[in-house]
Write a protein that binds this ligand. Sequence first.
Ligand SMILES: Nc1nc2c(c(=O)[nH]1)N=C([C@H](O)[C@@H](O)CO)CN2
Length: 121
Amino acid sequence: MDLVLIESLAVDTVIGVYDWERTITQRLVLDLELATDIRPAAEHDDIARTLDYAAISERTQAFAAAHDFALVETFAERLAEALRGEFGIAWLRLTVRKPGAVAAAAAVGVRIERGTRPGAV
Ligand SMILES: Nc1nc2c(c(=O)[nH]1)N=C([C@H](O)[C@@H](O)CO)CN2
């Protein structure tokens, strides 16, 4: 299985369960692993035959700016659903980190996998 990668993508959004968090924008840091077969794109040297990491990054930042969830779980689930639908992604792994949310931790967050891994039985 081939992967297109987006690592440490910074996005700004309203996120959090506490009252003070509903009035500010905070940064989340995302890692995405997106399953695709890269061979057609490589064979034809054609961006149209692969997952465009620039377009997906831009869409992810726009999604973050447009939403104000309480939980990082909801952010992850809804973003995964949107990206899979819009870009036809068969399988993805998404890590959402919220740096600074727990002072003693470098970051906290969630990791989800959605869809069917190509080649899985
Ligand atoms: N599993 C989760 N735990 C917590 C979340 C969350 O989104 N998922 N959020 C918070 C607060 O918003 C926290 O990030 C504020 O510092 C607490 N726990």
